[in-house]
Design a protein around this ligand. Structure first.
Ligand SMILES: [Zn+2]
Length: 303
């Protein structure tokens, strides 16, 4: 058992209120239809990927390829400043000038980038059968954090991650990955999100809304669920733990009895022992194999 990992998991579990810990949904809303667009080409002339829907449309008929190797998280204040320059309504300057990246936004971007750049074999039960990330990586033309789209009042709304993914030699899909917080789960907020999603759908953008609280427990799984919901990754390959860990409350190590989270790709492992499968902390694998696991329901106390 790794005390530090357990303490971190205890605090991340505590940060999620009980109704959300019991909710198995990771993808809260998924686009109902796909839209194909002409490949966005022309960054050689522009110098950088489009940061807003209109810029994206402007270049959609020209030719070049995005470079996703130098991905960085932009400053949202600068993004709002850019939006104001290109004609968005930015009238409440105090809101726009104080916007900072949230921990969840950083985590979501960091993990998405990591999964695109490295195959992460320790995430999958069967390494020989893990999904073909190479082919996904080759198809991702852009991943832009804080992509700007207009809300119904023409104010800038920042999509948490905007993905442009090739479906053929000259067609792409535009995908919006939104990360929703617990505070957005009121009926009123959800209705306003649905209105925004419908207007984005009319523009040809597919919106996927993910539960932000899952990113505090298992950001890798949240990103994989986005890939699956968007049809970017096949569904049959199994991640460690996903069969048993249905809700956040299930993220309990079957060796030491303490909470788990997946802050690194290898943090949670499914292990065979005595003909049964156990889902345990990476650091508990050895103890389990030596037969030092706690009886079911009991917990090894941390000092
Ligand atoms: Zn453990």
């Amino acid at each position: 058992m790794n005390e530090q990992a357990v303490r971190r998991a205890i605090s991340s579990h505590k940060s999620v209120a009980d109704p959300f810990r019991r909710d198995p949904r990771i993808v809260l809303a998924a686009a109902r239809r796909r839209h194909l667009h002409r490949a966005p080409l022309g960054w050689a002339e522009l110098g950088q990927p489009a940061r807003d829907l209109r810029e994206l449309r402007d270049v959609a008929r020209r030719s070049a390829w995005w470079d996703t190797s130098a991905l960085a998280m932009p400053d949202p204040v600068e993004v709002y400043f850019h939006a104001a320059l290109i004609g968005y309504r930015v009238d409440d300057s105090s809101f726009y000038s104080t916007r900072k990246p949230s921990h969840t936004e950083r985590e979501a971007f960091q993990i998405a980038k990591e999964m695109l750049l490295e195959p992460q074999p320790s995430l999958w039960v069967d390494r020989l059968d893990m999904p073909m990330f190479d082919s996904l990586r080759e198809r991702v033309c852009a991943l832009t954090p804080y992509f700007v789209v207009p809300d119904p009042q023409n104010r800038p709304h920042l999509i948490r991650q905007f993905w442009v993914v090739a479906t053929g030699p000259d067609t792409v899909r535009w995908l919006a990955l939104e990360v929703d917080s617990e505070s957005r789960q009121t009926e009123e907020m959800r209705a306003s999100d649905r209105a925004l999603d419908a207007s984005l759908d009319a523009e040809g953008v597919e919106v996927y809304r993910l539960a932000g609280w899952w990113f505090r427990i298992d950001p890798y799984r949240a990103i994989v669920e986005f890939f699956r919901a968007a049809g970017l990754l096949r569904r049959d390959a199994r991640m460690h733990g996903e069969e048993r860990l249905r809700t956040i409350n299930d993220y309990i190590c079957e060796c030491c009895g303490n909470p788990m989270d997946r802050s690194e790709a290898h943090s949670i492992q499914d292990v065979l022992h005595d003909d049964s499968e156990f889902t345990v902390h990476y650091d508990c694998v050895g103890e389990l194999q030596r037969g030092e696991g706690m009886p079911a329901g009991e917990r090894r106390r941390i000092a």
